[in-house]
Design a protein around this ligand. Structure first.
Ligand SMILES: Cc1cc2nc3c(=O)[nH]c(=O)nc-3n(C[C@H](O)[C@H](O)[C@H](O)COP(=O)(O)O)c2cc1C
Length: 318
């Protein structure tokens, strides 16, 4: 897949997710085959005020590249200034603009999905960033109930100079409930010339293939199903390449991944930024004996305790 002049290996992308897509997690997704990863969203205002904690979300490393950094805001001027600063510090391969987040924290200030009500402002934001940055600018939107209005926004984003668009097939009102509507995504793909990435409800090998085929999009972006499950990228890329399901031992794979994730958090000095037990619960989601596992994690005192008790359970499960 190609975005502007950037050649991206493959077409399975990791979605930006606040409090999830930190560097260690992104790095693991990348190693397992994610074509490109995105940072958690970064507030343009916070960048301008040089808020270190916010800025650090853009931290990356060579092994991760290519990297997309996502920003949100409501002012073309401030967002451009922030993006220029991000470009200067981190030199990401892509700068993505968030037009999809439905959280009140953003929408009350007219950011994220609130902007979908102001197509002209969306156009202005994308145009200013595209004109002023040397990094390709992309946008991530949700759909509106009205197909024509959704198409109008997608066209405005393209004409303003965006190099690609990601479409999450849910409305702002739906938040994360209901099913993503890929009819809208497919229609946008038919009408636009820039790459279109389908997002929403890619959960496994089959859904990945179906959504790619149905929408005829250039790529798919995976969010929730990847949480605590970076190995999903390997399974999906294997299936898309060979048509066969990858054989693996779910229990030991998840624990190996959790161990590696903790190691990387240590390596990048980010352990203090995560809730350790919550992370362990994510990594063990969907494993047999779920109730037992959840209890054992909540009763553990240290990371080693968590890993040891999971190892024990795994031995009995094999
Ligand atoms: C915990 C969480 C955090 C998210 N944070 C962001 C974000 O920072 N920026 C963004 O554009 N979307 C964000 N999203 C939305 C996802 O990127 C994605 O669009 C959505 O989850 C639909 O994809 P899925 O069905 O594969 O999960 C977030 C979603 C979740 C569950």
């Amino acid at each position: 897949m190609k975005i502007a002049d950037l050649k991206i290996p493959g077409n399975i992308l990791l979605a930006p997710m606040a409090n999830v897509t930190n560097l260690p997690f992104r790095l693991m997704c990348k190693r397992y085959g994610a074509s490109i990863t995105y940072s958690e969203m970064i507030s343009a205002d916070a960048v301008i005020y040089e808020n270190e904690k916010t800025l650090s979300r853009g931290m990356s490393c060579e092994d991760e590249r290519p990297l997309g950094i996502q920003i949100f805001g409501n002012s073309p001027e401030i967002m451009t200034k922030a993006a220029l600063r991000i470009e200067e510090i981190y030199q990401p391969e892509i700068i993505d603009i968030n037009f999809g987040c439905p959280a009140r924290l953003l929408t009350k200030d007219g950011c994220g999905s609130a902007l979908l009500r102001s197509p002209e402002l969306i156009h202005e934001i994308v145009k200013e960033l595209s004109d002023d940055l040397s990094t390709p600018v992309t946008a991530k939107i949700r759909i509106l109930e009205d197909m024509e209005k959704t198409l109008e926004i997608a066209h405005l984003i393209e004409s303003a100079g965006a190099s690609a668009i990601t479409v999450h097939g849910r409305t702002r009102q739906q938040q994360y409930s209901g099913k993503a509507n890929h009819d809208y995504v497919r229609r946008i793909k038919q009408e636009l010339s820039i790459p279109v990435i389908a997002n929403g409800d890619v959960v496994d090998e089959i859904s990945a293939k179906q959504i790619l085929e149905y929408t005829e999009c250039d790529g798919i972006m995976i969010g929730r199903a990847a949480m605590g499950n970076p190995f999903l990228f390997k399974r999906i890329s294997h299936f898309l390449e060979t048509g066969e399901m990858l054989e693996y031992n779910k229990c030991s794979q998840r624990i190996t991944d959790l161990r590696e994730y903790f190691r990387l958090l240590e390596e990048y000095d980010l352990m203090h930024t995560v809730h350790i037990k919550a992370q362990a619960q994510w990594f063990t989601r969907g494993m047999r004996n779920g109730r037992h596992i959840r209890r054992s994690i909540s009763e553990s005192d240290t990371i080693e305790d968590i890993l040891q008790s999971l190892d024990e359970m795994c031995k009995h499960a094999d």
